[in-house]
Design a protein around this ligand. Structure first.
Ligand code: NDP
Length: 293
């Protein structure tokens, strides 16, 4: 495994919420020397029993570790917790979810305080942490030197994917994937709403949904091809004109079933605008051009 022979120098972990606790446990199981701190001290107690050292203050925790990992609620809490902490010579890894702009600003802030900085976007939920077969991983961006120096230790809780020196890129990749997931959740919610009052067993319907969405997911590769070549008609087998026509069936069915179409209509409106501009031979890639301001 990637982390079998990693350098086990002390890690300071700040933030022991659900995610921070999962990270701590993964490192402790791997024999990683770990100092933990949390605003509410009670959350550190079970970890102390499992072998973690506990620090009274964030500053004391940071002083104990060469590698400092923060996993707090949001960027504001990171600023609050590290405000008066000496970061000189430290390697700071921020696993707190934020925007690309927040990550870029935090990188500048850390560098001004004498620290190397790496931002991380966690693509996993806590039960996936420390479980390599779960497929969970973390996007990293920022200091390549920091990433290379601590890659082994970082690979213990979850897989690692370094996506560039721009510290905003981990958050950008993270949020882009979560945004796509949000669209999928919307579609699944609408589909279940359509069958809700009918004699269709949700547990029987779920695998049909999963199989269909899985079969359709490679559509993203076609979109990438269009964006690369600039030819949005390349390989299109379901053209926009046909799909817009089909949308009226989706809307009529929603009405017949007594289901609000509010999750569908924003995307359909964009498809219609692109069609009205004369792009009926394309698929849906042209919608992206309408979204980018
Ligand atoms: P929790 O709500 O469980 O924990 C939040 C943590 O932040 C606690 O340690 C809390 O301390 C601390 N905190 C909040 N505000 C402050 C503050 N002002 N000063 C000091 N500490 C503060 O969240 P998670 O652990 O689940 O999430 C942590 C990060 O991980 C988030 O950015 C989240 O988006 C990200 N993440 C979480 C996932 C999940 O499924 N849980 C998945 C992917 C990413 P206290 O205990 O004292 O309240």
């Amino acid at each position: 495994m990637e982390h079998d022979a990693f350098d086990k120098s002390e890690i300071a972990l700040l933030g022991l919420g659900d995610m921070g606790t999962a990270l701590a446990r993964a490192w402790l199981v791997a024999g990683q020397p770990l100092t933990v701190w949390n605003r509410s001290a009670g959350r550190a107690e079970p970890l102390a029993a499992e072998g973690a050292k506990t620090a009274e203050t964030a500053a004391a925790a940071v002083a104990a570790g060469g590698l400092v990992v923060v996993c707090l609620l949001d960027d504001a809490s990171v600023g609050e917790v590290l405000a008066d902490v000496d970061l000189t010579g430290k390697d700071l890894v921020n696993l707190t979810t934020g925007t690309p702009a927040q990550a870029r600003a935090r990188a500048k802030w850390a560098e001004e305080r004498g620290a190397r900085f790496l931002d991380g976007g966690i693509m996993a939920v806590p039960p996936m942490i420390g479980t390599p077969e779960s497929g969970g991983y973390v996007f990293y961006s920022g200091s390549r030197a920091l990433f290379d120096a601590h890659r082994g230790a970082l690979a213990v809780p979850a897989g690692t994917r370094y996506v560039g020196a721009d510290p905003g890129f981990a958050a950008l990749h993270d949020v882009a994937l979560l945004s796509a997931m949000t669209g999928m959740f919307a579609g699944v919610s609408h589909a279940f709403a359509l069958i809700r009052k009918e004699d269709v067993v949700p547990a029987d319907f779920a695998p049909l949904l999963v199989d269909w969405l899985t079969a359709m997911a490679p559509y993203a590769y076609g979109t990438a091809g269009h964006l690369t070549s600039g030819d949005y008609t390349e390989g299109v087998v379901s053209n926009l004109a046909m799909m817009v026509e089909g949308n009226s069936t989706l809307l009529r069915t929603a009405e017949e079933q007594g289901v609000s179409a509010e999750l569908l209509t924003p995307f359909m409106a964009l498809m219609e605008r692109r069609l009205a501009a004369g792009h009926g031979e394309e698929g849906t890639t042209g919608v992206i051009d309408l979204l980018v301001r």
